[in-house]
Ligand binder design. Structure first.
Ligand code: E4P
Length: 220
């Protein structure tokens, strides 16, 4: 499984990239607003992210009609070769994806919550499909089972083009563990969760013991 960072924060992206496991970035309007992003600077900001990341960078269209999404998608795709246009799973989004995919523009179909939505996204030509986990947990439903169902269903078929499932709306290291066990191709994780993935209490305890014993060796 590959790790994408779910953020618009350049410092987080630079730090995660320095760890060597960063394969891509996903952004959304919420994440961009969280860093104080301004509309005028949106395309430049995506460009800066694309320069930092050696991999796909999802930039979301907030247009609501197919023609607007297509126009927006073409503009976003022209920012850099590694831009992926992120489009919500809805009728207008599917229609726009069909056109953009036929032009060779990679689409990440987002806000996906069910197997039928994922299959339709795949049929429309989406290169990436993002089933959300945490938003199910927010309403006391089982997001991990939904993700497992989407991974199994999409892998049942050959859609005639490469498709990668991105486990999205990831809120914990356990979500990451389960996504990997299910065979999700990618997990897009917030920086705080990525840090948690590095940590384990037994690693900390082991390190403490090594340092203590190394001190003894030095003083011997
Ligand atoms: C990524 O592509 C999604 O937009 C993101 O993972 C959503 O996460 P959230 O449910 O924590 O907002």
């Amino acid at each position: 499984m590959k790790f994408f960072l779910d953020t618009a924060d350049l410092a987080e992206i630079e730090e995660a990239a320095s760890w060597g496991a960063l394969a891509g970035v996903t952004t959304n309007p919420t994440l961009y607003s969280r860093i104080g992003g301004k509309l005028d600077d949106f395309h430049d900001h995506i460009k800066r992210i694309c320069e930092l990341v050696d991999g796909p960078v999802s930039a979301e269209s907030v247009a609501m009609t197919r023609d607007e999404i297509i126009a927006d998608g073409r503009k976003l795709a022209s920012i850099a070769d590694n831009v992926v246009v992120k489009i919500p799973t809805m009728v207008e989004g599917l229609a726009a994806t069909k056109v953009l995919a036929s032009e060779g523009i990679a689409v990440n179909m987002t806000l996906c919550f069910s197997v039928p939505q994922a299959i339709l996204a795949a049929r429309s030509g989406a290169r990436y499909i993002s089933p959300f986990v945490g938003r199910f947990d927010d309403i006391s439903e089982d997001g991990l089972t939904q993700l497992e169902n989407v991974v199994a269903a999409v892998n049942n078929y050959d859609f005639g083009h490469d498709i990668e499932i991105i486990a999205a709306s990831i809120r914990s290291a356990n979500h990451v563990t389960q996504a990997a066990l299910m065979g999700a191709d990618i997990a897009t994780v917030p920086f705080a969760v990525l840090k948690k993935c590095v940590e384990h209490p037994l690693t900390d305890r082991g390190l403490e013991a090594f340092l203590k014993d190394w001190e003894k060796v030095q003083n011997a």
